[in-house]
Design a binder for this molecule. Structure first.
Ligand code: AMP
Ligand code: ZN
Length: 471
C-alpha cells in the first residue's frame, strides 16, 4: 500500500509502527456551526482510508478531535448569551448526525479540547523546561520556533522566508515575542471568555497544542498517519510537529496526508460570497450517499469542484450501483436454482479479479476514482450475466461482491430495512436449522438481525410466522 507523504513529497510504501495496527489522527472541525461540505471532504476521505485499511486486515485506532474552545465559538456564545459549552455541545451533536448520514464511522475516540487541558499544561511545561517555550510579560506562553531546527520540514518552507513574510504580521500585543516566528501555546483570558488556571496566567490554550496533546494521549508519542485538509499543513501541522517532537524527542507522525480543497463553482467556498453549503442543506436535496460518492469520484489530492451538474452525475453513478443491487434482489426473490451451473461457477471465479482491481487502485495512494471504476466494471459484469434463470448462489455472490466493494468506500448500496421476502424466508430457515443444531447463539443473532430490520418473528404450532413491524 502506497501513501503520498506530504513530508517527503513522495508516494511511500506504508509500513506501520506496530505490525497489523494503524495509529491515525485526523484534525476535526471547530464546532461553532453546522459543518459545511468542505469539512465533509476530509471526513469522507479519511473514513474511506480507515475502512480500506480495515479491509486489508489492519486494526485502526482512529482519533479525531472536536475543537470546542476557539474565538468563533466564544463569539457565537456571546451573541446568544449562553455558555461556550452550549454552542460546542450543540454543534458536536449536529456534526455527529451529519457524519452518520454520510456513513462516516465514529472515531475510536473523539476527544474534546476542553477535556484535555491538563495534558496541555503538562506539555507546555515540558517545552518551557527544555527551552522550547517561554512566558512573556503578560502571561502568554510562546513556542520558540527557531530552537526547533527542523521547523518548516512539512510545509517545505525556509525559516528565513517565513521570517520576512511574518514580520509584517506583527500585530499589537505580539511585540512581546522574542521572534516573529514564535507562536502561542497559552494565552491570557479576556473578559467574559472561558479560562483555566495555569502556572503562567488564567487563560486558554492556543489551537495547535490540543492536537499534539490528544494525539499523544490516545495514540502515543509516535503515530503512523496524521491527516487533515491541505490548509492545515502550515502553520497548524508544522506547529504540531514542532511541539510534539520538541516535547517527546521522537518522530511524531510517519505519514502526513492532506486532502485538497472542495470549491464551489471553481471559487473558494465563502459565506460572504454566498457560495457556501452546509451538509444539512445538501441532505435536503440529495441522499448524502450521493455526496459521498461525489467526493470519492475524485482523487483526494485533486481539488474538487462542487456543482449541480456534477452532483447530478454522481446521483446517476451511485444510482447505477443501487439499481444493479435492486435488480439482483428482484432476481433472488424469484430464483429457484439452488446449485450454480458450471458456467456460473466459472464466472464466480472471476469475481476476485474485481477485488484485485479495486485493491490495486486503493493501494496506489487511495485512488478512489479508479476503485469506483472497478465497481462499475463489476456492475456491468453483473448486469450482463445475471438473469431470470440464474441460481441463488451465483446471484448472492454477485450481490455480495458489489455490496462489499461499495462498503469499503463506505457507500451503502442496499438500503437497510428493505429486506425482501426471499431474504427473510432464507434467514428464518437458517434460524430453524441453527436451533435444530442447538446453535442458539446463531438463532438469537438471526432473530435480532431481523428485528433490527423491522421483521418480527412468531413461533407458532404451524411453524414460524413473520410480519413487518410497520405494516
Ligand atoms: P476547520 O473546522 O476549519 O478546522 O476544518 C475542519 C477540517 O475541514 C480541516 O481538516 C480542514 O482542512 C477541512 N476543510 C475546511 N474547508 C475545506 C474545503 N473547502 N475543502 C476541503 N477541506 C476543507
Ligand atoms: Zn490538528
Amino acid at each position: 500500500m502506497k501513501i503520498y507523504n506530504t513530508l517527503t513529497k513522495k508516494k511511500e510504501e506504508f509500513i506501520p509502527i506496530e505490525e497489523g495496527k494503524v495509529r491515525m489522527y485526523v484534525c476535526g472541525p471547530t464546532v461553532y456551526n453546522l459543518i459545511h461540505i468542505g469539512n465533509a471532504r476530509p471526513m469522507i476521505v479519511f473514513d474511506t482510508v480507515r475502512r480500506y485499511m480495515e479491509h486489508k486486515g489492519y486494526e485502526v485506532n482512529y482519533v479525531s478531535n472536536f475543537t470546542d474552545v476557539d474565538d468563533k465559538i466564544i463569539k457565537k456564545a456571546i451573541e446568544e448569551g449562553v455558555d461556550a459549552s452550549v454552542i460546542s455541545e450543540r454543534y458536536i451533536a449536529e456534526c455527529r448526525k451529519d457524519m452518520e448520514a454520510m456513513n462516516v464511522k465514529p472515531a475510536t475516540v473523539h476527544p474534546l479540547a476542553t477535556n484535555e487541558i491538563c495534558g496541555m499544561l503538562e506539555m507546555i511545561q515540558i517545552l518551557i523546561d527544555k527551552g522550547y517555550a517561554y512566558r512573556a510579560a503578560d502571561g502568554t506562553v510562546y513556542f520558540r520556533t527557531r530552537n526547533f531546527k527542523e521547523y518548516g520540514k512539512l510545509s517545505h518552507k525556509n525559516l528565513d522566508d517565513l521570517q520576512g513574510g511574518n514580520r509584517s504580521l506583527l500585530v499589537s500585543g505580539e511585540d512581546q515575542k522574542e521572534d516573529a516566528l514564535d507562536f502561542v501555546l497559552w494565552k491570557p483570558k479576556k473578559e467574559g471568555e472561558p479560562y483555566w488556571e495555569s502556572p503562567w496566567c488564567d487563560g486558554r490554550p492556543g489551537w495547535h497544542i490540543e492536537c499534539s496533546v490528544m494525539s499523544k494521549r490516545y495514540l502515543g508519542d509516535e503515530i503512523d498517519i496524521h491527516a487533515g485538509g491541505e490548509d492545515l499543513i502550515f502553520p497548524h501541522h508544522e506547529n504540531e510537529i514542532a511541539q510534539s517532537e520538541a516535547a517527546n524527542g521522537k518522530v511524531f507522525a510517519r505519514y502526513w496526508m492532506h486532502n485538497a480543497f472542495l470549491n464551489i463553482d471553481h471559487r473558494k467556498m465563502s459565506k460572504s460570497a454566498g457560495n457556501f453549503f452546509t451538509v444539512r442543506e445538501i441532505g435536503e436535496k440529495y441522499d448524502l450517499q450521493v455526496l459521498r460518492f461525489f467526493m470519492l469520484s475524485a482523487h483526494y489530492r485533486s481539488p474538487l469542484n462542487f456543482s449541480e451538474e456534477l452532483m447530478e452525475a454522481a446521483a446517476n453513478g451511485y444510482g447505477r450501483i443501487v439499481t444493479s443491487v435492486e435488480n439482483l434482489n428482484y432476481l433472488l426473490q424469484n430464483a429457484s436454482a439452488a446449485v450454480p451451473s458450471g458456467e456460473e461457477e466459472a464466472l464466480t471465479g472471476e469475481l476476485d479479479g474485481f477485488t484485485a482491481k479495486f485493491d490495486e487502485a486503493m493501494d496506489d495512494d487511495f485512488n478512489t476514482a479508479d476503485a469506483i471504476s472497478a465497481i462499475f466494471e463489476l456492475v456491468k459484469f453483473s448486469n450482463t450475466h445475471a438473469g431470470e434463470g440464474s441460481s441463488v448462489p451465483f446471484l448472492e455472490a454477485l450481490k455480495g461482491k458489489i455490496v462489499e466493494l461499495s462498503g469499503i468506500c463506505g457507500l451503502i448500496v442496499e438500503k437497510e430495512g428493505e429486506l425482501l421476502d426471499a431474504d427473510i424466508e432464507r434467514l428464518i430457515e437458517e434460524r430453524q436449522a441453527a436451533r435444530k443444531a442447538k446453535n442458539f447463539a446463531r438463532a438469537d443473532e438471526i432473530r435480532e438481525e431481523l428485528s433490527g430490520k423491522g421483521i418480527l418473528l412468531e413461533d407458532t404450532r404451524e411453524g414460524v410466522k413473520w410480519k413487518r413491524a410497520n405494516s
